[in-house]
Design a protein around this ligand. Structure first.
Ligand SMILES: Nc1ncnc2c1ncn2[C@@H]1O[C@H](COP(=O)(O)OP(=O)(O)OP(=O)(O)O)[C@@H](O)[C@H]1O
Length: 268
């Protein structure tokens, strides 16, 4: 474990001394304070922290969906200027109910002016990666929550963004579906080596997926600790049986639980 984060050479995501202030009737609420994070190209970084510590706020700022009060965040562009800098997957399935699954997955490509045949081929490729090619012509109301979230994930990947930003993407799913999609994510990440920033409440998920786990403090969110997860890859659900997995989880929980208790005690 390290408490200071060593700089990453030429980071794909670079966040420097970022703060976020929200106006309140009685003054200003500091959601995030002086938070810095470098994510290397091809790295999978998970962020965990007590509820309300500013994880989603930070991810939304990286995505450009939220203004930055202080500091700066940069996503380094790649060689192909046509590629989007980021795609975001939220907990809520953000798919269009009036479009088929294939058209949902192809939507970002359509927005970029890619021809129908090419975008539908790409959509079918990605639906196949998550076992949904049979359902390409279905509409979202005809499929389960787990299938909808798979569609959201592959829709983001079909855009081939420079970085993939995921905010508790499996949080609404039942435990078994969650495990299945975790394994799919691991497999897809092995193949694509995308740069991923991933927010989760689940320590198991963070340790299973991440190259690094960043622990944030209770509000105002600050960097509390970084855990480098040196578990062998490729990983699968069997990785959770390794003694080292339990050791990582226990070490993170020891720090996180102290922070959760501190946050609870600070509330009125
Ligand atoms: N648009 C907003 N206006 C005012 N306050 C906000 C806004 N968005 C978030 N906040 C506040 O900022 C703080 C951080 O919220 P955020 O959703 O980023 O936390 P989080 O760590 O993602 O929480 P959780 O784990 O519960 O999802 C919270 O106190 C929240 O109430």
């Amino acid at each position: 474990m390290t408490s200071a984060m060593p700089p990453v050479a030429a980071p794909k995501i670079g966040a420097r001394n970022v703060s976020k202030h929200y106006p309140r009737a009685d003054g200003v609420m500091i959601a995030l304070e002086d938070f810095s994070l470098d994510v290397a190209d091809g790295e999978f970084v998970c962020i965990v922290g007590p509820s309300g510590c500013g994880k989603s706020t930070f991810l939304r700022m990286v995505a450009g969906l939220e203004s930055i009060s202080q500091g700066a965040i940069e996503i380094r562009p790649g060689a192909d200027a046509n590629k989007p800098l980021n795609s975001v997957v939220f907990q809520e399935y953000a798919i269009f109910p009036w479009k088929t699954l294939a058209d949902n997955v192809a939507f970002g490509l359509q927005m970029r002016g890619i021809g129908r045949k090419q975008r539908l081929d790409t959509a079918r490729f990605w639906l196949d990666r998550v076992g949904l090619s049979k359902f390409a012509d279905y509409y979202p109301h005809q499929i389960s929550g787990g299938m909808k979230q798979r569609v959201s994930i592959v829709r983001a990947l079909a855009n081939d963004p420079e970085v993939l930003l995921m905010d508790e993407p499996l949080g609404a799913l039942d435990a078994q579906t969650r495990v299945v999609i975790q394994e799919e994510l691991l497999r897809i990440w092995e193949e694509t080596r995308k740069t991923v920033l991933y927010i989760t409440h689940s320590l198991d998920e963070a340790v299973l997926l991440g190259d690094r786990v960043i622990l944030m403090s209770a509000q105002p969110g600050r960097h509390l600790a970084t855990f480098r997860i040196d578990l062998p890859r490729p990983r699968s659900i069997a990785t959770t049986n390794l003694p080292a997995f339990a050791e990582y989880r226990a070490a993170i929980w020891e720090k996180l639980s102290a922070e959760v208790i501190r946050a609870m005690e600070a509330r009125p």
